[in-house]
Design a protein around this ligand. Structure first.
Ligand code: FA5
Length: 341
């Protein structure tokens, strides 16, 4: 019998053996028997030297093809055996694979993130851009350059966390971003600046950390009407077209004149109820025309430019919009609360 026939016989033999084998160990023995260093295929290849070059090429090719074929058969069989093994193991184990898997509860966008994004989107649509500032802020930007000098009683309006670094505080409001922006860019300026702020407060409507968003618009000929129109449009987008707004005189050191902005009560439409304490109005934000002293501090000519600024608490807006009774609910991380929105 020639080598060619020998090889084909070997292949058939291997095929039969691989087909009937029942475990990984015997399969490995078959691999060694046919493909090992001293295996059957090697033996055939060794005797190639006795052949003519043409025959050598022909038989060599057949031997290699058969080697590849046997390798593939072994690989496929190994996969089948492994799967069987796993099945056996699962059958033996006490784990019931038909039980539903442990349920990992998915998270949910936080209501404050959602509110903040909605507010930012409204201002972006009006042409404002977004600025950010650091939470550990220079005392100078948080107070002095906003027209709140040291030892001035206005500093008491915001109970401050001081840190171990001379000249720095945890920012008490987002207003220092006004200063940072105006030091960097000259008018026209139209920005909103969202972020965390810190005050030593704690009650059902005040926490030591909360979120604000600042707004600043500076250009030539900006008047009180621009402030009122912008805020009216913004508040109607948030609370609905039917709400009314009113501005009450107030005091902030960095704006003159200053206004508290109220909206008509969203619960009783202004008739008077428990939520608005019978007044028909809800206070939503602080605002005013930028004080000329602030412009001077940042090197902007107050004779040429005017502007308005405002600041609001994100928690306060979310509480009013979604009727959340206690600010601390925002921070418990309870998904039953967060998933309602
Ligand atoms: C300010 O912080 C001014 N910087 C706002 C401003 C900006 C006025 C630009 C004029 C021009 P005020 O201290 O009132 O203002 O705070 C603004 C809002 O932050 C409040 O209306 C309230 O909604 C919210 N707020 C204040 N303290 C807390 C607190 N501890 N917890 C939660 N929200 C608070």
């Amino acid at each position: 019998m020639g080598l060619k026939e020998d090889l084909i016989k070997l292949k058939e033999e291997a095929k039969k053996l691989i087909g009937s084998v029942k475990d990984k160990k015997s399969l490995d023995e078959i691999r060694v028997k046919y493909l090992g260093k001293k295996g059957e295929i090697k033996k055939v290849l060794k005797s190639l030297s006795k052949l003519s070059p043409d025959e050598r090429r022909e038989i060599g090719k057949i031997a290699n093809d058969i080697k590849d074929e046997i390798e593939k058969l072994l690989k496929d069989k190994l996969a089948i055996l492994k799967e069987k093994e796993l099945e056996e193991e699962l059958k033996k184990s006490k784990v019931d694979i038909h039980l539903p898997a442990d349920w990992v509860e998915l998270g949910h966008q936080h209501i404050l993130t959602k509110t903040l994004q909605e507010i930012v989107d409204i201002f972006i649509a009006m042409g404002f851009s977004v600025e950010e500032g650091p939470e550990v802020e220079r005392e100078e930007y948080n107070f002095d350059m906003l027209n709140i000098p040291k030892d001035h009683p206005a500093r008491d309006m915001q109970d401050t966390f001081f840190i171990n670094k001379e000249g720095y505080v945890l920012r008490t409001h987002t207003s220092p971003v006004q200063i940072r922006t105006m030091l960097k860019n000259k008018p026209p300026v139209a920005i909103v600046a969202p972020g965390r702020v810190y005050r030593k407060d704690m009650d059902p409507t005040h926490t030591p950390m909360f979120h604000q968003i600042e707004g600043l618009l500076v250009d030539e000929n900006i008047t009180y009407r621009d402030l009122k129109g912008t805020l009216q449009k913004f508040l109607q987008e948030v609370f609905g077209k039917n709400i009314k707004i009113r501005l009450r005189p107030s005091y902030f050191p960095f704006t003159e004149p200053s206004f508290e902005v109220d909206i008509s009560c969203t619960i009783c439409s202004g008739l008077g109820c428990r939520v608005c304490k019978g007044t028909g109005w809800l206070e939503v934000l602080g605002s005013g025309m930028v004080d000329p002293n602030v412009f001077e501090a940042v090197g902007i000519d107050p004779e040429k430019y005017t502007g308005f600024a405002f600041g609001l608490g994100i928690e306060r807006i979310a509480m009013l919009k979604y009727r959340v009774p206690d600010i601390r609910l925002f921070y418990y991380g309870d998904l039953r609360f967060i998933k309602q929105f």
